[in-house]
Write a protein that binds this ligand. Structure first.
Ligand code: HEM
Length: 198
């Protein structure tokens, strides 16, 4: 959703993919380290529209907890409010602006002082975050590499629809996929892709 909504940012990622890998071989996990702009784009997309805005699962206090000057009594049900965290202007200046650059330092490396919160926190943090990060990475990589994503102007996209449980293609998909690589060549490259990716 972020790629067609922010075409200039999509173009920057595609420029990185073309410069680092080109269009004549399919990309794999081995390319991950060389693609900071793609990684920054993914982190910003997850921050911009966190997949679980209300934190997904309820937590509870087992004893009284003092937080700043509040007492949260034992037995209180708590949710990590990912939406509110994603909008903290002290951490993410201009939080409503889609800015992958915020994840990159002056040397062009990924910042390691900015953490992603979308997998939750503490002992109940998502146990599959490495798996999930891997598939989000490889899916984003292959989709943005192989396709130019644009919005269909006749079908407005509700980019907040997911907050109320709407799916991206519900109503019919407003995103168009146009191949950046001739389909025959893409088919040939992907034919043995799983073996290549291992
Ligand atoms: C981008 C994809 C994913 C995101 C953003 C995500 C996010 C989350 C979040 C926010 C929680 C709640 C953490 C908390 O309470 O603080 C959670 C819990 C959990 N997730 Fe994920 N998740 C993802 C993918 C997956 C996948 C692929 C699996 C399984 C293969 C998985 C399995 C679980 C399980 C079992 C829990 C419950 C852990 C517990 O309560 O101790 N998640 N996830």
């Amino acid at each position: 959703m972020a790629a067609p909504c922010f075409p200039e940012e999509q173009a920057k990622v595609q420029a990185e993919l073309d410069a680092v890998i080109g269009r004549h071989r399919a990309l794999t996990f081995a390319d991950q380290e060389s693609l900071p702009r793609l990684q920054a784009f993914i982190s910003e997309a997850l921050r911009w529209r966190p997949p679980f805005p209300n934190g997904s699962l309820a937590h509870g206090t087992t004893h009284d907890v003092i937080w700043i000057n509040h007492c949260i009594p034992a037995g209180t049900t708590l949710f990590g409010n990912h939406w509110s965290i994603s909008r903290d202007p002290d951490v993410y200046p201009e939080p409503d602006v889609f800015k992958p650059q915020r994840w990159i330092d002056d040397q062009g490396h990924l910042r390691n002082d900015l953490k992603l919160f979308v997998f939750g926190f503490g002992r109940r943090v998502c146990p599959a975050q490495q798996l999930a990060n891997s598939f989000v990475f490889i899916d984003s990589l292959l989709v943005i590499w192989a396709f130019q994503l644009t919005l269909d102007p006749t079908m407005p996209l509700d980019d907040m629809g997911f907050m109320s449980g709407a799916k991206l293609n519900d109503p019919p998909c407003a995103i168009e996929f146009e191949t950046r690589i001739p389909e025959l060549e893409l088919g040939r490259m992907m034919q043995h892709y799983p073996q290549v990716a291992r």
